[in-house]
Design a protein. Sequence first.
Length: 131
Amino acid sequence: VVGVSISGTSVSTSTGNITVVGVGGSSTGTGSDGVNISGGATITTISGSISIDGQAGRGASGNDGVEINNSQISSTTLVAIGPQTGSITIVGTSTDTTGENSNGVLITTGFFIDANVQTEVSTITIMGQRS
């Protein structure tokens, strides 16, 4: 039971921030991710920041706060557009201590992340916790 699933599609804005927040449900199966981004999905902003925050649910295994697979996340701020933001923050928490392979943040095959600001003041932050 996934909180937010973005798969095979694009989420984008030319001006503004993108925020994705998800909380996985509880099940007896696997994959109760807070946020799951996969299948070639892209999340892009031209002038803003991207924030992804996921809290895993409970299940047998594979309950990740944020799982990203074969997808792209990018934030580009051009000097001519305005304030230099462009940061990307990914925070994931897994509290399932009974299951196996449960991660705060799981990043796997084919993932590309890019924060590009012409003044080079952008940041990429990835924080994961399993408690």
